[in-house]
Ligand binder design. Structure first.
Ligand SMILES: [Zn+2]
Length: 198
């Protein structure tokens, strides 16, 4: 169970297009500052006060303050921001696991997080960098087999050529992981309408 303040919240721009994912903590700040509204599955929109009222009777994940509790929203709508920013997926451990779908990129086994490691295709000892095209997930068996060798040296193959993931594919994966059923409505729209980069 992840900390509720760390839960992912989908952010829509003022035209109701999914543009970003933020933490629940950030979503509450935006809501409190009246820069964002909460969107529900019925497309109803709530400001901080009305959301606070609704939270008294709702069920779900809450944060508790000394005086009231607040339901963690799934989706928020920005009031003024209307742009569609170019997305870069952060190069971090979590997103590498999401991109490779918890699958060893050498043998294709899908495994729990703790049984996977991050492998440098060109080993760091050979000058390999830590970036999207040079790291993949590997199970401990494949990682041991590969050791400090290059692909040619160990005669191993990758099941996919690694590249920078598209932000919407990362969102889809975290959506499945955290059970954000409401995101689907907005991400499907974004998925079909975003300009393709290649
Ligand atoms: Zn493997």
């Amino acid at each position: 169970m992840i900390n509720v303040l760390e839960r992912n919240v989908l952010v829509l721009n003022k035209h109701w297009m999914a543009i970003h994912v933020c933490s629940a903590k950030r979503a509450f700040c935006l809501l409190y500052q009246d820069m964002a509204r909460v969107v529900t599955d019925k497309y109803d929109v709530f400001d901080f006060e009305t959301w606070k009222d609704l939270s008294r009777y709702a069920e779900g994940n809450f944060i508790h303050t000394p005086h009231f509790k607040l339901l963690v929203p799934e989706v928020i709508l920005l009031r003024r921001y209307g742009k569609y920013p170019k997305h870069y997926v952060k190069f971090n451990r979590r997103n590498i696991y999401q991109r490779d779908n918890f699958t060893c990129q050498y043998c294709g086994k899908r495994l729990p997080r703790e049984d996977l490691t991050i492998d440098h295709i060109i080993p760091r000892s050979h000058g390999g960098r830590s970036n999207w095209t040079n790291v993949v997930l590997a199970c401990s068996k494949c990682n041991t087999l590969k050791g400090d060798l290059t692909l040619e040296e160990c005669a191993m193959d990758l099941i996919h050529v690694p590249k920078e993931p598209h932000w919407s594919s990362i969102m889809r994966r975290s959506m499945a992981e955290e059970d954000h059923y409401l995101w689907q409505k907005f991400i499907d729209i974004a998925y079909w309408n975003i300009p393709l980069e290649e």
